[in-house]
Design a protein around this ligand. Structure first.
Ligand SMILES: NC(=O)c1ccc[n+]([C@@H]2O[C@H](COP(=O)([O-])OP(=O)(O)OC[C@H]3O[C@@H](n4cnc5c(N)ncnc54)[C@H](O)[C@@H]3O)[C@@H](O)[C@H]2O)c1
Length: 260
């Protein structure tokens, strides 16, 4: 299954949230195009199962358990990747949680803190620890997962929306800061995607009537369907490839025209 001469041959890649819908597909794509991948997730069983399955296909993937919102965990996943593979070329900073949905007057601050902890602090920490390693290697590429909810408002999921706006702010700032070091930083902004997270959001927004939410969201997407994990993986791998060598500080929608 592994392609020699693939776009990521001899590259070391870290994917966080690797056991989720976007993470699994992206980990598989990077590895199938020649990368050695450290697959990071807080769900140890699912990330180990992913890595074991991909290794059976002849791909080079190790599983690392980490909570991206904890500084010591992030320091450790970067260190372990360097010990195992000698450095890091690419970070896909993708772990995220959706949090609760509802009226702002009912916002649970513990939930807000959890969403910001994973989606914002996790992304910041990933960059904090990987940038020095990339600098020592002469450069690198980072993609942070934002959302169309990082580009415009999202009624009822305000904490999530705030976190994704913050991801874009971090992306732009670190892109400006690290461009001179040949480290490119971009954000990917998927629309609603088929998978666990949107099913959860639909049910939280309208318990017992998820189809109504789904129809309303579909009405905002000119192409008339949800994104698929492969749509997002295609953008992420492109942004991390040499073909994207002058793309830095962008926030790229993968949204079927929703933000057009
Ligand atoms: N699904 C969508 O519709 C959609 C749309 C736009 C953006 N996104 C973003 O894409 C990213 C991936 O989402 P997904 O759809 O694959 O969701 P998912 O729930 O399938 O995957 C998320 C993964 O992150 C892991 N994770 C959660 N908290 C963690 C933590 N503290 N430390 C380490 N890992 C943790 C989970 O175990 C899970 O495997 C998220 O940042 C999400 O906000 C998703």
């Amino acid at each position: 299954m592994q392609v020699t001469g693939g776009r990521f041959e001899n590259k070391v890649v870290i994917v966080t949230g690797a056991a989720g819908d976007i993470g699994r597909e992206t980990t598989r794509r990077f590895a199938a195009e020649g990368a050695t991948v450290a697959a990071v997730d807080s769900d140890a069983d699912r990330v180990r199962a992913l890595a074991a399955g991909l290794r059976k296909d002849g791909l080079q993937v190790i599983a690392l358990r980490a909570d991206v919102s904890r500084e010591e965990d992030v320091e450790r996943y970067v260190e372990m990747t360097c010990t195992e593979f000698g450095g890091v070329d690419i970070l896909f900073n993708n772990a995220g949680v959706e949090g609760e949905a509802g009226d702002i007057s009912e916002c649970d601050l513990a939930d807000f803190d959890r969403v910001m902890g994973v989606n914002v602090r996790g992304v910041l920490l990933g960059m904090k620890y990987v940038v020095p390693v990339m600098r020592a290697r002469g450069g690198g590429a980072i993609v942070n997962t934002a959302s169309v909810a990082g580009l415009s408002g999202a009624s009822l999921i305000s904490s999530y929306c705030a976190s994704k706006h913050a991801v874009i702010g971090l992306t732009r700032s670190v892109a400006m800061q690290q461009g001179p070091n040949n480290i490119r930083v971009n954000a990917v902004c998927p629309a609603a995607m088929t998978g666990r997270m949107m099913t959860s959001i639909e049910n939280k927004m309208s318990p017992g009537d998820a189809d109504t939410v789904r129809d309303a969201v579909l009405g905002t997407i000119p192409m008339g369907r949800y994104a698929r994990p492969g749509d997002v993986a295609s953008m992420v791998t492109h942004l991390c490839s040499d073909e994207a060598s002058f793309l830095n500080g962008g926030a790229y929608p993968v949204d079927g025209g929703a933000t057009a």
